[in-house]
Design a protein around this ligand. Sequence first.
Ligand SMILES: C[S@@+](CC[C@H](N)C(=O)[O-])C[C@H]1O[C@@H](n2cnc3c(N)ncnc32)[C@H](O)[C@@H]1O
Length: 253
Amino acid sequence: MTVYLVGAGPGDPGLLTLRGAELLRSADVVLYDRLVTSDVLRLARCDALCIDVGKRPGTDSPAADHRQDDIGRLLVEHGRKAAIVVRLKGGDPFVFGRGGEEIEILERAGIAWEIVPGVSSALGVPGAAGIPATYRGLASSVTIVTGQTRHAGESSGCGHEPDWEALARTGGTLVILMGMASRAAIAAALVDAGRGPDTPVAVIQNGTTAAQRTVCTTLAGLPDVDLGPPAVIVVGPVAGLGWRARGPDGSGG
Ligand SMILES: C[S@@+](CC[C@H](N)C(=O)[O-])C[C@H]1O[C@@H](n2cnc3c(N)ncnc32)[C@H](O)[C@@H]1O
C-alpha cells in the first residue's frame, strides 16, 4: 500500500509524466486538487474512487488549514486500506503544493509514499507560451515566488511576505504564482525597489489549456490586467520577447 504524490502538470494532459499517467490508470483512489483538469482526471480508472479535495482560490487562511487537515486525514484513511492511492496535485507537488506537509503526515502514520514530480506551472506555463525563463544576456537567474499576501496589498506581518526589494535587486526573471489579487501591490513594491515601470511583464492565465490567455504589458500596466486566477506573472526582459509570447489563444507578442 503506497500513496503516490503525483504532479499533474499545468493542465495539458500531454504534460503529465509517463509514470504519473501509469499510476493514475491503476489507482484505486485518487485525491485531486482544484487545478487538476478534467482531461487529466479522465485517465483514472472508471471504477476508481475520485475525491475532489480542492481548496478555493485565496483560501490560505485558518479555515483553509482545517481543509488541509481533512486532506491529511483522507490520505491516512485511504493509504491504510487501498493498494494504490494517487494524491494528484496541479503542477509539481513540491512547488507551492504543500507536498512536504503531506509527506510528513504519511511518515508519521507509517504509510509508504513516493513522489512523482510534475511540470510546474512556474516554468511550464511561460515555456508553453514561448517565454524562456532565462536567456543569455537578458536573464541569468529565475526566482519563483508566491504573490499571495494575507490581505492583498497589505503586509501580513507574519514574516512570510516575499522580500520584494531583494527580489527586485536580483535583476533576473521573477515568476509569480498566486499573484493576481495582489498585482497592484506587487508592481508598486517592485518599482519602489528600483525595477523600471517599463519592465516587461507577461500574464498567462489557464496556461497549456484551450482557455489559455496571454497579456503582455509592463510593471506600470500590471494593475490594469483584467485576468483572474489561475495565472502566472512573469516579470523581466524575457517577458518582452514578443516574438515568442504566444499560445493557443493566439494573443501576446
Ligand atoms: C497553489 S499554486 C500551485 C502550483 C503548482 N504546484 C505548480 O507547480 O504549478 C497555484 C498557482 O499556480 C499557478 N498555476 C497553476 N496552474 C496554472 C495554469 N495552468 N496557468 C496559469 N497559472 C497556473 C497560478 O499562479 C495558481 O494560482
